[in-house]
Write a protein that binds this ligand. Structure first.
Ligand SMILES: Nc1ncnc2c1ncn2[C@@H]1O[C@H](COP(=O)(O)OP(=O)(O)OP(=O)(O)O)[C@@H](O)[C@H]1O
Length: 305
């Protein structure tokens, strides 16, 4: 597969603060790439460098086969969501999209723009002025703007933040549709379930670097070499009782958390799971359920700091 973004040692300093300290990253054509990181980690800074809104401090990148020195040559192939404060809000929704579409070289008809507004969840708001739009509606029209001009790379910075659940689901569907049309999507979000669901690969940005990179499954499976097991027993096992019992066991069990009626523990090896169930039964517990627990992307994210 071809790389559509190739970043080498990209760094950004604001004054004396290093925000990005050497990002190495490739994004492949046709993938949905989820970029996550805590507030202020530098996700938008990274995106703004890729799209030429701000200058890099050092390092280099190639985007759609073109070096960062010639970025103007490929800008028309990159669709970027503008900040909602940069929308021309005296315009009506449909008027704004047609105007921006013309600038982007769009060949859509008026009917196509109406269909686009429907796809994005703005049906009925075509003739309303953007300044009268709600926050979520402004967000939607800024996503629509990123799709104008048939870009091959679409960059969406927190497209679903502030959207109601149904609208967020529709935007996720739209992202999947765009991918099926062959587009590449670079996406940021603080909704880690969303990132997990729709991203082919995920990068976790921390301390100015890409700390972790992989498919959601790779990241969730590689967090720890320990095996996580959720157990439901009668009586319910408490952390205190587990500590008391396990002091006499010949294998290690580490209490992790309780989840409703389950207690989650970590054990180092496969055969410790059999030992654990045997010991619990031996200690008078009825074992109702024992299941392997997979880490969530949120667990991975928290542990990556
Ligand atoms: N123009 C600027 N001048 C000085 N500092 C800036 C500028 N732009 C961003 N920063 C700083 O760079 C850091 C990274 O900001 P950035 O907006 O890239 O983070 P982010 O990961 O997108 O955060 P969030 O998840 O909150 O949107 C922050 O500390 C921010 O204050």
């Amino acid at each position: 597969m071809k790389n559509i973004i190739n970043v080498a040692q990209l760094a950004k300093r604001f004054g004396t603060t290093d925000v990005l300290n050497g990002i190495d990253l490739t994004i492949q054509e046709g993938e949905v790439f989820g970029f996550i990181g805590h507030n202020g980690a530098g996700k938008s800074t990274f995106i703004n460098m890729l799209t030429g809104i701000i200058n890099k401090s050092s390092g280099s990148f190639e985007i759609i086969g073109t070096s960062d020195q010639q970025l103007d040559d490929v800008k028309a192939k990159i669709g970027v969501m503008p900040d909602i404060s940069n929308l021309y809000d005296h315009m009506k929704g449909i008027q704004f999209l047609r105007y921006m579409g013309k600038l982007a070289g769009d060949t859509r008809t008026k009917q196509d723009y109406i269909a686009l507004m429907k796809d994005i969840g703005l049906e009925g708001a075509e003739k309303k002025k953007i300044k009268a739009y709600s926050f979520g509606m402004k967000k939607k029209i800024s996503i629509a703007q990123a799709l104008l001009g048939n870009p091959s790379l679409i960059i969406l910075d927190e497209p679903t933040s502030g959207l109601d659940p149904e609208s967020a689901i529709n935007i996720r569907k739209l992202i999947v549709d765009l991918q099926q049309q062959g587009k590449t999507i670079l996406l940021t979000s603080h909704n880690l379930d969303e990132i997990d669901k729709i991203s082919d690969r995920v990068g976790i940005l921390s301390d100015g670097k890409v700390k972790k990179l992989g498919t959601p499954d790779e990241l969730k499976n590689n967090t720890s070499s320990e095996l996580s097991v959720a157990i439901r027993t009668n009586p319910t096992l408490t952390s205190q009782k587990l500590a008391e019992l396990s002091a006499n066991w010949d294998f290690n069990v580490q209490f992790v958390t309780t989840k409703k009626k389950y207690v989650v523990v970590n054990v180092p090896h496969d055969n410790d799971i059999a030992k654990l169930s045997k010991e619990l039964i031996h200690s008078g517990f009825q074992l109702f359920e024992l299941r392997m627990e997979q880490q969530s992307l949120e667990d991975v994210f928290i542990n990556s700091k």
